[in-house]
Design a protein around this ligand. Structure first.
Ligand SMILES: Nc1ncnc2c1ncn2[C@@H]1O[C@H](COP(=O)(O)OP(=O)(O)OP(=O)(O)O)[C@@H](O)[C@H]1O
Ligand SMILES: [Mg+2]
Length: 344
């Protein structure tokens, strides 16, 4: 089994995280990790100025947490990628290539010349000889932007994948025989949903609601500045008993946008796959730490809800920092990227 020696780098809108592991996929060992606030980008995200700002933050993070390697795996944000599962006849590799382009043209709202297409066959053919195929179309401009950021940060770009792919590797695929699982990844700007069946990504969805929207709700309802509102959100969250439930009441309508999307996705999935219902939900991302979130979700959905801990199954040093432990949910993407094998 090849040794892990690529950095996992997650460039979020709120913070940039980096993780370095050694050992192997089946026996990973912690080396270093950390996060740094992401620079605020106003204007064109593809401008040299924006790219430089992010690259500078990455360099600073690398020196602060003493990450020694320079080969990096990174992930593209789900919200900027077109992903869909389509059903197709089982074809030869070459025929598949043409058929995929045709399929992608049907739903990707930009010209095929502007995207990089990737696909993966999910599972076996059904009795009608058709297979499910996961299609991923990434805008070439986005890919180039990520490559430019890494180069500017003196890193060597290695694997590039989607955030959901990384999170699935960190939280679901390391455990063999995991039941059909929905992963809900709540970041600052977006929430990504995915369903992982038999270790494969079977559905993805991204919505533009995350921690920032929740904090804005608190700011608006309780008349706070955003910073103070964020602190209230983090401290009281969805706990109905704190502050007479005032913070919860402010957050609830916005959080329910996420809950309703989860419901829609679960219902859609069940209609397509009545034989493989979702058995549990794993929540991750920085906003997964919202107090009261697990109980709220479990009650709203009637499903088992767990908070995913990407450090689980990794050999940690005895002086592993309390901070990294507390911020575990923030590191799922970066850990998944650090667990990606060269060429895998
Ligand atoms: N204890 C907490 N309770 C609730 N929310 C929290 C807590 N701690 C951090 N957050 C929120 O988590 C968010 C940051 O999470 P994360 O690092 O996953 O975002 P990101 O990856 O930068 O964002 P995105 O993926 O959306 O671009 C912020 O909105 C922050 O307010
Ligand atoms: Mg993120």
């Amino acid at each position: 089994m090849p040794a892990l020696d690529h950095i996992g780098l997650d460039i979020g809108t709120h913070s940039i995280k980096a993780v370095q592991l050694s050992g192997s996929f089946n026996g990973p060992v912690f080396v270093a990790a950390g996060q740094i606030q992401a620079p605020q980008i106003s204007g064109d995200p593809n401008s040299n100025e924006s790219i430089d700002k992010i690259a500078d933050a990455i360099k600073k993070l690398r020196s602060e947490v003493r990450i020694t390697k320079d080969k990096a795996n990174t992930a593209l944000p789900e919200s900027q990628i077109f992903t869909r599962v389509v059903e197709m006849p089982l074809l030869s590799q070459k025929e598949m290539q043409n058929a995929i382009v045709w399929e992608a043209e049907q739903y990707v709202p930009v010209p095929m010349t502007e995207v990089k297409l990737d696909w993966q066959v999910l599972g076996e053919a059904n009795p009608q000889g058709r297979v499910e195929v996961l299609l991923v179309a990434a805008p070439i401009a986005l890919v180039n932007r990520y490559l430019a950021i890494l180069k500017k940060a003196d890193l060597v770009p290695m694997g590039l994948e989607t955030e959901i792919t990384s999170v699935a590797r960190a939280l679901v695929q390391r455990v063999s025989g995991a039941p059909t699982t929905m992963v809900v990844s709540i970041g600052a700007s977006t929430t990504d949903l995915s369903i992982i069946r038999s270790g494969k990504i079977s559905l993805t969805r991204s919505i533009a609601t995350g921690g920032i929207a929740l904090a804005r709700g608190v700011a608006q309802e309780l008349g706070f500045e955003l910073d103070q509102a964020t602190e209230y959100m983090k401290t009281y969250g969805l706990d109905p008993n704190s502050l007479e439930g005032k913070v919860m009441q402010a957050i609830k309508p916005i959080f329910d946008v996420i809950v309703n999307e989860i419901r829609r996705v679960l219902a859609y999935y069940l209609s397509k796959h009545p034989d493989a219902p979702v058995k549990r939900i794993i929540v991750t991302g920085g906003t997964a730490k919202l107090p009261g979130l697990v109980i709220y979700l479990a009650e709203a959905l009637g499903l088992e809800v767990q908070v995913g801990n990407p450090w689980e199954g990794i050999s940690l040093p005895s002086n592993f920092s309390q901070k990294l432990n507390e911020e575990a949910t923030s590191y799922a993407v970066a850990v998944g990227l650090a667990l990606k094998q060269a060429g895998g």
